[in-house]
Design a protein around this ligand. Structure first.
Ligand code: GLN
Length: 189
């Protein structure tokens, strides 16, 4: 399993993958993408991740792989990267998205008042899960073949579309490997 390692919570995902009995690779170069069965895009700062992915030539290759069926799991900023449509802030900062998943996102949906919080939410296919939100985005609209897996208030906070999985929260910051195992299941298929 590759973890896009240009910025953000990379080592936490590698630890979770190891705990879930998968071999993780810290991906810095495009060539490393040739030998992976699935890819995680971590949380962090979407503008930085986007820019650094372009500069390291990962952007186009990841987009190509996501389009042709390689499983990709985006968490938090990674969810923003997967979206087909961003919000005004994404536009204003000129953040280029991978545009793989049929969702529209609000980049900082929960605002400053709620920088970070935790909520136990029912996630389809997983059950009750401890969801950690940090300056979290949310899905404001899911269309096409995208299925919502979890909601919080008026927002969709976990979704799946074919080979793509995304959460607005950070499963890698918990002790619970079930979201990662759900993704690994998608990689075996
Ligand atoms: N809201 C952040 C962004 O715009 C994402 C925060 C996170 O990944 N924890 O990139």
């Amino acid at each position: 399993m590759g973890v896009v390692g240009v910025q953000g919570a990379v080592s936490e995902h590698l630890e979770m993958l190891a705990k879930a009995n998968a071999e993780g690779v810290w991906v810095r170069k495009k060539e490393q993408l040739n030998s992976i069965d699935g890819l995680v895009i971590p949380g962090g700062e979407s503008t930085a991740i986007s820019k650094l992915m372009s500069e390291s030539n990962l952007f186009e290759k990841v987009k190509e792989m996501g389009t042709s069926g390689t499983p990709v799991f985006g968490t938090c900023a990674g969810l923003i990267m997967l979206a087909k449509k961003g919000d005004a802030q994404v536009e204003k900062t000129g953040t280029r998205l991978l545009e793989l998943m049929d969702v529209e996102v609000n980049r900082n949906a929960f605002g400053r008042q709620r920088e970070s919080f935790e909520a136990e939410l029912e996630v389809d296919g997983v059950g009750k899960f401890p969801c950690v939100f940090i300056r979290a985005p949310a899905i404001t609209k899911a269309f096409g073949e995208c299925k919502q897996l979890a909601t919080y208030n008026k927002y969709i906070v976990a979704a799946q579309e074919r080979n793509l999985l995304a959460t607005a929260f950070h499963p890698e910051l918990t002790q619970d490997t079930r979201m990662h195992k759900l993704f690994l299941g998608m990689c075996k298929r």
